[in-house]
Design a protein around this ligand. Structure first.
Ligand SMILES: Nc1nc2c(ncn2[C@@H]2O[C@H](COP(=O)(O)OP(=O)(O)OP(=O)(O)O)[C@@H](O)[C@H]2O)c(=O)[nH]1
Ligand SMILES: [Mg+2]
Length: 322
């Protein structure tokens, strides 16, 4: 399996794509490959692009790719589509909007569906980001629609989060309520060729005053993604934010928090697997019946099964140490 990792590290795009499929399909080999790649991560600028459906995120990403390529940087893109369980229309649209980069060997674009498993969404996306980072992409962009908690979790994988808003859309306020405003490091008001730009900018400023921004005041950029207007400035802003993260204690804390979150996620997943595997072994059926007939309560049963799982694992560890 490490052969695959070696190939990907040397820049073999097919190996890279295969590894991402492994983690997307939650194959056990995926974990082995990630272990191999992990020491090589930590170099990429990881950017999250989120915002309401149709805000122009993919059009913007296409222009951002071009801007980074002008500077000679290599780019990886992961377009997450949380709304549909299949590779549906949105993913197709993303592909088409970024089509012109398809023949550039230094640009890797991948769409990922979600299959409805909440934990799985952020997990395989995180792993895909790590893979692209390890394999030498200078910039990794995650595009996702900012509609719910799971998308907020995804975008937290990024070091620099850009929230894309548009003038004259009623649901701007709705996004603010969803708690996503707080995680934006940069604001983009796209479709600035339409009326109402100033109003949105003012709304954002007011909101920033309200929530307070002690460490970093998120700058606001206006863009016309279709024409590429404002994209150079936006990309400069992304690099500024990276500099800020590198210098400030805030940035270090943020990186550490990401590591903590990743370890906790892996632990939760392992515990969940143990619960699934041991379910049968602990006479759960009898317990289910007892709870069903109100002879026992689910709390007592859950704690008792957990205790059994833990002592079972202790016994096993003891045996393997001897
Ligand atoms: N007027 C105007 N239209 C734009 C601009 N940028 C993008 N659009 C249009 O907005 C529509 C949606 O663009 P996308 O880039 O697919 O938006 P998206 O946010 O990626 O959409 P989803 O991924 O489906 O949420 C397309 O028809 C674009 O051509 C802009 O700056 N001005
Ligand atoms: Mg899109």
């Amino acid at each position: 399996m490490s052969i695959l990792a070696e190939r990907a590290l040397r820049g073999d795009v097919r190996a890279l794509a295969r590894i991402i499929s492994l983690v997307e399909n939650e194959e056990p080999e995926g974990e082995e490959v990630i272990k191999h790649l992990y020491p090589h991560t930590g170099h990429a600028l990881i950017i999250g692009i989120t915002g309401s459906p149709g805000a122009g995120k993919s059009t913007l990403v296409d222009k951002i790719i071009a801007e980074f390529r002008k500077k000679g940087r290599t780019v990886g893109v992961i377009a997450v589509d949380p709304s549909s369980p299949f590779s549906g229309g949105a993913i197709l649209a993303d592909r088409i909007r970024m089509q012109r980069h398809a023949n550039d060997p230094e640009v890797f674009i991948r769409s990922m569906g979600t299959r409805g498993s909440l934990g799985g969404v952020s997990r395989s996306t995180r792993e895909a980001v790590e893979i692209l980072d390890a394999c030498g992409k200078d910039v990794v962009i995650i595009e996702t629609v900012g509609v719910g908690q799971s998308e907020i979790d995804i975008v937290k994988l990024a070091d620099t989060v850009c929230l894309v808003l548009v003038p004259g859309m009623g649901d701007d306020i709705q996004i603010m309520k969803a708690g996503i405003m707080e995680i934006a490091d940069l604001f983009v008001v796209n479709k600035a060729d339409r009326p109402g730009v100033e109003k949105v900018v003012t709304e954002i400023k007011l909101m920033l005053d309200l929530i307070g921004t002690p460490d970093w005041r998120p700058p606001i950029y206006t863009t016309v993604a279709e024409k590429g207007d404002g994209v150079t400035e936006l990309v400069e802003g992304m690099e500024e934010h990276r500099k800020f993260l590198k210098q400030s204690p805030h940035g270090e804390k943020r990186m550490k928090d990401k590591v903590i979150q990743e370890i906790k996620d892996i632990m939760s997943r392992e515990i969940a697997k143990k619960i699934e595997h041991s379910w049968e072994n602990h006479g759960a059926d009898v317990h289910v019946k007892a709870v069903f007939e109100k002879e026992m309560d689910p709390y007592t049963v859950a704690h008792s099964i957990l205790k059994n799982i833990i002592s079972e694992n202790k016994l096993r560890e003891g045996a393997s140490e001897r």
